[in-house]
Design a protein around this ligand. Sequence first.
Ligand SMILES: [Zn+2]
Length: 326
Amino acid sequence: MEQAKMDLSRRLFTFGLPMAGMATGGLAKVALAQGAAAGSQPTSVTPLAQIRIGRFTVTALADGYADMPYGYFPGRTAAQVEQAARAQFVARPSGVRFLFNQYLIEDGERRILIDAGPAGTLGRTGLLPQALAALGLHRDQIDAVIVTHMHQDHIGGLVADGRNNFPNADLYIDRRDVAHWTDPAKRSAAPDYVQPSFRLSAEVLRLYPRLQATDGERQVTRGVSIVDLAGHTPGHIGVRIEDAGQSLIMVSDMLFPVVHPMATDVYFLMEQDHAAAQAMRARFFPRAAEEGALIAATHMPFPGLGRIVSDSGKLRWQVADWAYQA
Ligand SMILES: [Zn+2]
């Protein structure tokens, strides 16, 4: 069994890199042997990525991932999405892989976390506490959590195990999302697959008396501001981190892998207002491309850092070169 796997890997490796096969054959064997000796799942390694934005250190953490079936993207057929995934070499039998990235902002005084992940309510998730531990941090050391919107994959970790998991944190959520996700009429009219978000939102309100419902743009601390990116949900927000001429904008669910930013008329199942979602992307994509803005996006491949770039008017996602920044 093990031998068969190794032979297959070697064949694929040689097929993929015919010119380099001779020179790197030995190296490939070493890498496989190390994996086998450790007997470890590759996913048990906690991924961390860190960049500097002026005086801020921003660390990308991940709560895990889930594969979304190809039929979850209204505006395109399942076959079209699968074909796009194939063209990008990310087609999995189970669909499009969504990461759940969170971002920790530190300036030496405060620790601000953006979003809290699904915490086991979706896919293979619940790894955020482990990611914080890898940084030597515990949840009670977080001073503030900015919640980009109240979908379960962004708030689950706030209330996992029925408790306030960030007892020392101020919580910031846009007032329009708080209103939407606590509205009994909206809840009873909503489809099954958004019910967990309503249930968790009620928990968040019950367990976080320090919740601050915010209105539009506002500064959370010097250099860290909430930006209005409504559309994915009524109060969907982003976070701009800015200092010393450098900036990063965390845009949450502005972009989904495989389908964005190539088009704005393709949605994710959880988006209930397609016109608002399209308007959000139609406003943001070209502007971000023009500015060359450095972006962090929740569901893009880890660490979710990149830019929207224009190739003769065609937009695409360009992964950022983030490593080894001084
Ligand atoms: Zn999301």
